[in-house]
Ligand binder design. Structure first.
Ligand code: FES
Length: 107
């Protein structure tokens, strides 16, 4: 397995139904990580990034949250439809996707 240049942590924390903080899993976190995996597989991007589940990253109200290292960029409210933009613009292109970046004060 090649050493990936970047790591993508996708919150997939679950909580009981009606929990006041909800959870990224309830908002589609699983679909988001699956979309990263599908893109990595289809486009053979395993040396560019590795995507994995994470537990709660903190700002649950804004989820699903996606954290990219080594830059430490947090994306919030990410949907599976946003994944290609994060890959193409940030992970491959080196430019943060400003429209998805967590607001200052959250991260
Ligand atoms: S549940 Fe995802 S950030 Fe808390």
């Amino acid at each position: 397995m090649p050493k990936p240049a970047k790591h993508v942590f996708v919150c997939n924390q679950s909580r009981p139904a009606n929990h006041p903080r909800s959870s990224c899993q309830a908002k589609g976190g699983n679909e988001v990580v699956q979309a990263f995996w599908q893109q990595a597989q289809t486009r053979n991007l395993f040396d560019k990034f590795s995507a994995t589940y994470s537990g709660c990253l903190g700002p649950c109200d804004n989820g699903p949250n996606v954290l990219v290292y080594p830059e430490g960029v947090l994306y919030s409210g990410v949907t599976k439809e946003d994944v290609v933009a994060i890959i193409d613009e940030h992970l491959l292109g080196g430019t943060v996707v400003e429209r998805l970046k967590a607001p200052a004060g959250i991260w």
